[in-house]
Unconditional design. Structure first.
Length: 197
């Protein structure tokens, strides 16, 4: 039901917000960051640009923490996205890059990273991002921003389900039961069994 132009905005927002594993393998990588900046300029809504930027900035922060933990690079070779990149470089050896006051949520994530609890770290960050998207969604009623935030939130939910095997199985069972309970499917199955008899 979206116009072609709106559909392109949705697809661009999804591509930037929900990065594929392949595109993130080299994060933070200067050409990738420059591409993000070019693509972000094509997002027409300022509120969506800010929300997507927030997501990319958090990816940059987590990448910096991981890179430093693994000893993969030094501050002079670190390229990141957004307003905190300069502080990250200048305060590379500070546990939270000097951002603990500006970003108190970061102090909750670092211990999870240090303990190797990447699943819990992702869950906490996605909860934070979910609230950000929900705020924007509620600030705009019946607009493209509403639709895009809704789609992006459910992308976060999908990631959560994929990372939790028991939740994924439960979701599959529930969807299977609903699908099997629809009259068209029931009729089709009964017809197929009659042919086999």
């Amino acid at each position: 039901m979206l116009s072609d132009e709106d559909l392109l905005q949705l697809q661009l927002a999804e591509k930037l917000y929900h990065q594929s594993e392949l595109s993130l393998q080299n994060l933070p990588d200067k050409p990738l960051i420059l591409e993000w900046q070019r693509q972000l300029e094509k997002i027409e809504s300022e509120a969506l640009r800010e929300s997507i930027s927030l997501r990319l900035e958090w990816q940059t922060l987590l990448a910096a923490l991981r890179y430093r933990q693994e000893g993969r690079t030094g501050p002079e070779n670190f390229h990141g996205f957004g307003r905190w990149t300069g502080l990250i470089r200048r305060n590379w050896h500070d546990p939270l890059f000097g951002l603990e006051t500006a970003l108190p949520f970061l102090s909750k994530l670092q211990p999870l990273l240090n303990k190797g609890q990447s699943g819990e770290l992702e869950r906490q960050l996605n909860g934070f991002l979910w609230k950000d998207l929900m705020f924007i969604e509620r600030s705009f009623q019946f607009t493209l921003e509403t639709v895009i935030c809704f789609v992006l939130r459910w992308g976060l939910a999908e990631q959560h389900i994929k990372s939790d095997a028991s939740l994924a199985l439960e979701s599959f069972k529930r969807m299977s039961e609903q699908l099997l309970g629809t009259p068209a499917i029931t009729q089709h199955l009964e017809s197929a069994f009659e042919e086999l008899s």
